[in-house]
Design a protein around this ligand. Structure first.
Ligand SMILES: [Zn+2]
Length: 323
């Protein structure tokens, strides 16, 4: 901590979430750029300033921010930075930051509707959606000053390119430096855990919700095509040699999905019933996380036509397609 390596400095900040610490990165480009911005807590802000001070910097020296994605542990400290600072990210993050009234009601409606379809009992739906919103107090209310898309070179960051890496979040991006293969990856690839393919409402103007596990698998295959030497991740250690890690992630996910398929062989089940079987001890406490993990496996199996889905009494019932 507290030093530059190849023009990059890592800041490590605490979060109130089970994932533990989150990393932000400074890039010394033509503009001093902060990639991701911790959670909105006094504790994170104090440590942020202290770690900048070790680099002989203050928050006012930061000239722009690039966000990998909108999750609270990656954006919260924006509310402590200058209100005139430029913030760049993929446009799909915007609604999660500004949280305008339209999106707030769309958000609740989407999750309530989906959770009912998943067969989650009414008395668990409301509290779970509210839990999700509670975490937003650690988020930021800034709005974006510029949008970043696939292969863009962010202003002041000559040599860096944006890679769209959607899945864990809609609008997730990573920054890749062509000359030495450095990737600042956000949560796209972590050394110790696989990021949750979280459910999100349909993109603006669309009706179908995205299928985050399918997007994520595509993202992993895309990363295999890039000569990546080291990943500076949003959580945990830096690592290289991503090919075997990606292969392992893809095959573990496939195995988990096939386990879910076997659960659907005797009789059809709702997503909630599968969720209870997959996560018998934590599903109640962490319903949002466990149901998105479950939906991910079901989406994946549907895409392979290993299972089929039908609607019954306003719930979706999933069944294995037999042999
Ligand atoms: Zn995240």
């Amino acid at each position: 901590m507290g030093n530059w390596q190849n023009g990059i400095a890592k800041l490590t900040l605490p979060t109130p979430f089970p994932v533990g610490d989150v990393h932000s990165y400074l890039i010394k480009g033509d503009r001093l750029t902060l990639v991701d911005a911790g959670v909105k807590t006094e504790e994170a802000w104090e440590l942020f300033k202290a770690q900048l001070a070790e680099l002989n910097l203050t928050p006012d020296d930061i000239e722009q921010v690039v966000l990998t994605h909108h999750h609270p542990d990656h954006v919260g400290l924006l509310d402590y930075l200058s209100t005139t600072i430029e913030v760049h990210a993929h446009p799909l993050n915007e609604r999660w930051l500004t949280k305008d009234n339209h999106f707030a009601s769309e958000h609740d409606e989407f999750y309530m509707g989906l959770y009912r379809q998943f067969g989650i009992p009414e008395e668990l739906c409301g509290p779970s959606v509210n839990n999700m919103k509670k975490n937003m107090r650690f988020s930021s209310e800034c709005s974006l000053s510029g949008y970043l898309y696939e292969h863009d070179v962010p202003s002041g960051l000559e040599g860096w390119r944006v890679l769209e890496t959607h899945g864990h979040a809609q609008g997730h991006i990573a920054l890749w430096r062509e000359k030495d293969g450095v990737l600042i990856g956000g949560d796209v690839l972590l050394a110790h855990i696989s990021p949750n393919p979280l459910l999100e409402p349909p993109h603006p103007g669309e009706r179908e919700r995205p299928k985050p596990q399918l997007q994520y698998n595509q993202t992993l295959r895309k990363l295999q095509e890039y000569p990546i030497s080291i990943v500076h991740a949003g959580h945990g250690e830096d690592f290289g040699n991503i090919h075997p890690l990606i292969e392992k992630r893809l095959s573990r996910q496939h195995d988990r999905a096939m386990k879910v398929k076997r659960m659907l062989e005797d009789e059809p089940k709702t997503a909630f019933e599968v969720c209870q079987l997959l996560f018998p001890t934590v599903y109640q406490k962490e319903l949002n996380l466990t149901i998105s993990e479950t939906a991910a496996q079901l989406d994946y199996l549907l895409s392979l036509e290993e299972i089929a889905v039908r609607e019954e009494e306003s719930s979706l019932l999933y069944a294995a397609i037999g042999r």
